[in-house]
Design a protein around this ligand. Structure first.
Ligand code: IDC
Length: 483
């Protein structure tokens, strides 16, 4: 038996005694004597002089419950609950109980719910160290992460009106509506199991265009362009990931968060290009995807793209690579969609004289996988479109990158071919990201050169011909099914 160290044991007894004295247990639903119980609670606050907000995540580790009461004791006598959300609060002395509201009372085994409140403090604001759920001490471990109080209020003040206590759906963003995605048949499907198409933009190389990805530009992407998707192009060579694995991993993770805060999906692109054999980067891929999948496993807006454009190698080599990288991701993030590059710069083999049959006959041995197709509209036309139409009946396809220009990233904007392509993708519900959401001095870039050194990204005044075309295509309303 694990020995509880003395001070902790004393504390647990104190909490129980206090709860009993205050009659808190009278509020509890009758315990089913045979039901397994257990819980873990995460507590995080942001605190300023005299005030704080607390976010509390409750995870039920026992049998399913249909109603719950969370109990905890403030360590300091000056701490008070103010306005709460997603629970009703009572405080007596230092003891607090939070009871579920209608929509979050049912907690299946392993399920979590998050509640919170604004509060006040006088002399100190330490986190509670022990919690109970329906009277059972949460021994699953508490994770107080309270930073030391700062002397100035946070830049975003606590809400003066509480967030609504009505149930989700909580928003109309692409991620709020569609939730965790998965592959169903040849489609990308949302949380209702219905096919959807995501439309969005790709960054340029993060090593060159970091200045283009900031609050203003990402706000414009989410609200002016109304994009569903941000592809995060992390080059591996060309002064990319291999020169600073930690730095680039952090940069990708922070862009995942930025996309998530705006309700957009994030496509994490391991942007291999030269050399074209993904095996060259296999160990780097394993290291990178282990890190990003562990870090983002709890997020529902992440899609993994494991090799941008394999070239000069067989499909079998790409498949072998995929079957080594995918398990690394799945070990951490079992339900995320993974997109696998194809032969001939992700042309389904066409640019190297092949076609999609090699994939159809020999698919990657893993579920929840899609296959990459890339095109550049001025270079790749009817023959490529015909192959996409043929393949789309058999394979889940994702156009993780395309250009409206030639495959060099430059040359004239091809309006007719770009329109034909996007009409086809819309009809087949194939998701896409355009190269690039940047102000690179090349015609594939959406912004005019110099835009990223100014503060304006919304509207049409900063756009190139290609950018204007894409913005018009992307900002039309989505028609995501919700049942
Ligand atoms: C191009 C960039 C260009 C950069 C070059 C470096 O547009 O500024 O100098 O990469 O490698 C792809 C690749 C993508 C290319 C793009 C245009 O995925 O990295 O970007 N392209 O050439 N495949 C087909 C075209």
């Amino acid at each position: 038996m694990t020995k509880i160290p003395r001070p902790a044991r004393r504390h647990l007894l104190a909490v129980t005694a206090a709860a009993l004295t205050l009659g808190a247990s009278a509020l509890l639903p009758l315990a089913n004597a045979s039901a397994a119980t257990g819980c873990t609670v995460g507590w995080s606050t942001s605190s300023w002089t005299g005030g704080f907000t607390a976010n509390i995540t409750i995870t039920n580790l026992g049998d399913a419950v249909t109603g719950w009461t969370l109990g905890f004791r403030f360590p300091d006598a000056g701490q008070r609950v103010g306005q709460g959300w997603s629970a009703t609060y009572q405080q007596s002395g230092q003891d607090v109980t939070a009871r579920n509201v209608d929509y979050n009372g049912s907690l299946a085994t392993g399920a979590s719910t998050t509640i919170g409140f604004t509060g006040t403090w006088t002399t100190a604001n330490p986190a509670p160290t022990s919690f109970t759920l329906n009277g059972t001490t949460c021994t699953g471990g508490t994770t107080p992460t309270t930073p030391p109080p700062s002397t100035t209020p946070p830049t975003t003040p606590p809400p003066t009106t509480p967030p609504p206590t009505t149930p989700p759906p909580t928003g109309t963003t692409p991620v709020a509506i569609n939730g965790q995605l998965r592959v169903c048949g040849v489609n990308l499907c949302n949380q209702y199991g219905r096919p959807i198409q995501l439309r969005g933009m790709s960054t340029h190389g993060l090593q060159w265009f970091a200045q283009c990805y900031n609050d203003a530009s990402l706000d414009a992407l989410a609200t002016d362009w109304r994009a569903d998707l941000l592809r995060i192009a992390m080059y591996v060579q060309e002064q990319g990931y291999e020169t600073d694995p930690t730095g680039f991993t952090n940069r990708v993770n922070s862009l995942v968060d930025e996309a998530g805060e705006r309700g957009m999906y994030a496509l994490i692109d391991f942007h291999t290009l030269t050399p074209g054999d993904p095996t060259y980067n296999l160990e780097r891929a394993k290291t990178f995807f282990a890190a990003v999948s562990a870090r983002n496993a709890g997020r529902n807006n992440v899609i993994y793209e494991i090799a941008n454009e394999p070239n000069g190698v067989s499909w079998q080599t790409i498949k072998n690579y995929a079957e080594q990288v995918i398990p690394v991701i799945r070990a951490n993030d079992p339900d995320a969609v993974v997109v696998v590059g194809t032969r001939g710069w992700s042309s389904l083999g066409v640019s190297e004289g092949g076609n999609s049959t090699e994939v159809i006959n020999n698919p990657v041995n893993a579920g929840n996988v899609m296959y990459t197709f890339h095109f550049y509209a001025a270079s790749h036309k009817d023959a490529y479109r015909a192959e996409v139409e043929r393949a789309a009946a058999r394979l889940p396809l994702f156009v993780t990158e395309f250009g409206t220009v030639t495959y060099t990233g430059g040359g004239a904007f091809d309006s007719a071919s770009s329109t034909a392509w996007l009409d086809l993708l819309d009809r087949l519900k194939i998701s896409y990201a355009n190269w690039t959401y940047s102000d690179a001095n090349e015609s594939s870039a959406a912004f005019r050169p110099g835009t990223c050194y100014g503060g304006t990204y919304a509207g049409t005044g900063v756009l190139t011909e290609s950018g204007n075309f894409l913005r018009n295509r992307i900002r039309t309303p989505d028609t995501f099914p919700t049942s």
